[in-house]
Ligand binder design. Sequence first.
Ligand SMILES: NC(=O)c1ccc[n+]([C@@H]2O[C@H](COP(=O)([O-])OP(=O)(O)OC[C@H]3O[C@@H](n4cnc5c(N)ncnc54)[C@H](OP(=O)(O)O)[C@@H]3O)[C@@H](O)[C@H]2O)c1
Length: 288
Amino acid sequence: MNALAQHALRPGNWLADELTTLTPETCRVLPSGNRMPLLGLGTWKLSVRTVDTLCNALELGFRMVDTAADYHTQRGIGDAIRACGFERDAIFVITKVEPDEDSYTATRKHLAQMRLDYADLVLIREPPEHGMGEMAWQGLRRAKREGLVRDIGVSSYSIDDIEDLVYRTGEMPAVNQVEWTPFGHSPRMLDFCRDNEIVIQARSPLTRARRLNDDKVGAMAARYGKTPAQLLIRWNLQLGVVPIPKANHVTHQRENLNVFDFEILPQDMVRLNALNEHYSALERLGYL
Ligand SMILES: NC(=O)c1ccc[n+]([C@@H]2O[C@H](COP(=O)([O-])OP(=O)(O)OC[C@H]3O[C@@H](n4cnc5c(N)ncnc54)[C@H](OP(=O)(O)O)[C@@H]3O)[C@@H](O)[C@H]2O)c1
């Protein structure tokens, strides 16, 4: 069976608060043993009132946030975790380093900005122009050895890039964060990541809202009594892919969490998979 036709989730009426319990069925276990929620919140272009927006998202049930230095949300993320009274280990924090920077120093800098002792996951943001980001990877490995980060991964890496990185360093990334929607994805990458126990995180999983008015997606979502955004998020979950939709608006945040009470039928998963045209909301899928 094509990997995309498989269901990675068991059927059932899951509630969003399952995101907060992190049982083996409701999380992804990473090489460190750390548990990653099935769904997170992206923070690129999040409201300037980051703390309020994030506190709201955490109270609704989000337990994972994705950031990077140039999102300008790092300080607000640390502040929100503290302001909302969450224990540090209740929230899964992802940040990124640039491929050509001193990633060990950058990780320390990001942690200082968030005023956190560790990150759950640090990613190399993209493959560098030359090479595989081997130096950045070694810096992240050091940060991991020193307890500054629990797991390390990459973003927008192709299969060849990952294989090359592993060949040179001996360490497999825990995660590859890539743009991933029914309109743009890669069955080959899905199979490769499953075979190598790499978690795919879906960035821009809502096409930056550019394709949410697609007729086919809209009609299918209506049949399930759901919105197009919920259908796209659920499609990711059923593939075993971890989406990180960004939403400023409370109604959007709530909607994006409300995806655990329905299941896309196998024939509809096949239809959604067939929408693949390697579309990218960011101009190109970097990992093909
Ligand atoms: N690794 C990388 O280099 C990289 C690159 C790009 C993105 N990312 C990460 O991935 C995250 C998500 O990607 P993204 O921000 O590019 O785009 P996205 O999550 O695909 O889309 C965000 C847009 O969708 C809207 N939206 C959210 N929920 C909605 C709903 N239920 N109904 C209708 N519209 C909805 C948001 O509106 P409102 O905000 O107005 O609610 C916003 O305009 C980023 O925030 C970032 O953390 C990483």
